[in-house]
Design a protein around this ligand. Structure first.
Ligand SMILES: O=C(O)CCC(=O)C(=O)O
Length: 302
């Protein structure tokens, strides 16, 4: 009786060559399917740091990390340079004419309180720059009180100024000292430009290319920053019904403690942007504390 061979009655055995060919074909098919899925966006390749796709919001700038940090306690992550807790941070582009964006929770509550506390003893009536002469003068156009904080005055101010430089890509040295403002009920800043219209003020650092307004308090009613010459369908804003009559006069930003409004007073071609006209609406209820940093095209020597 013939011995039953190992391969005697089974299907023909697979050679090493045909196994390699089959494996290669399967691998090619898998790669093809992955490429098709990627191209249709069915799934995406992430780099770890920015992998929390679900935590992004509409109008996020995708290159800015969206850190979820709790303002009121619990397990809190801190940024290296933070002085206290900052809430959910994201940047919202609100307008292209003028170019403007809001950086939510740019400052922590502690930073807002620090700026108010160090300013309180030194408040004086706010003034304006007269466009014809360039001289600083009192005016009914602006009825708030305020004070200037020297650049780099203390560690908290230095951290804030560094954050502004990171956000705007403009060096700390180009910034004027922070101005802290207090508006009581009825106080306001009428429509104006931040860019200079005189020669005198251009001498120390050139034109004011950009402005950052940081809100150090919430305001119960009124106190919005409004751009009356901005283009856009303002009445479609989700908070339209909460705005004062003045706030409905253009593109409005409601003061929220910790938020920072950045807008550009110059266009990319270096001409001044007249759509950056803006005002601080009268406060109707509550108090408004804010801090403005004007940023020059060149170093602003202190
Ligand atoms: O207080 C505001 O909302 C606007 C402030 C402002 O216009 C400025 O500081 O130039």
């Amino acid at each position: 009786m013939a011995a039953k061979g190992r391969h005697g009655h089974g299907p023909p055995s697979m050679t090493v060559e045909s196994f390699i060919t089959l494996a290669f074909a399967v691998l090619t098919m898998v790669c093809f399917v992955i490429i098709v899925l990627l191209s249709f966006g069915v799934f995406s390749v992430s780099n770890g740091r920015y992998s929390h796709a679900s935590s992004y919001r509409a109008h996020d700038l995708s290159n800015i990390a969206h850190n979820t940090i709790h303002r009121d306690g619990g397990d809190v992550d801190y940024d290296d340079d933070d002085d206290g807790r900052r809430g959910d941070q994201w940047v919202e582009v609100i307008s292209f004419e003028p170019r403007a964006s809001v950086y939510h929770n740019f400052l922590s509550k502690e930073e807002c309180e620090h700026l108010i506390n160090i300013s309180k003893p030194h408040m004086f009536r706010s003034a304006v720059v007269a466009s014809a002469t360039g001289r600083v003068t009192d005016s009914e156009v602006r009825t708030s009180s305020g004070t200037f904080l020297g650049r780099g005055r203390d560690e908290i101010v230095r951290n804030i100024e560094k954050r502004i430089a990171d956000f705007t890509f403009i060096p700390v040295e180009n910034g004027e000292g922070l101005q802290v403002l207090h508006y009581e009920v009825g106080q306001k800043y009428d429509p104006h430009f931040d860019f200079f219209q005189d020669e005198l003020n251009l001498r120390r650092g050139g034109q004011r290319i950009a402005t950052i307004v940081m809100y150090l308090s919430d305001v119960e009613e009124g106190g919005e920053t409004v751009f009356p010459a901005a283009r856009g369908n303002f009445s479609s804003l989700p908070y339209w019904n909460e705005l004062s009559a003045c706030g409905k006069g253009g593109l409005s930003v409601k003061p929220n403690m910790g938020d920072a409004l950045l807008f550009w007073n110059m266009k990319p071609d270096a001409s001044v942007d007249t759509s950056s006209l803006h005002r601080g609406c009268p406060v109707i209820k509550g108090n408004k504390w804010s801090s403005t940093k004007w940023i020059r095209v060149n170093e602003h020597k202190v």
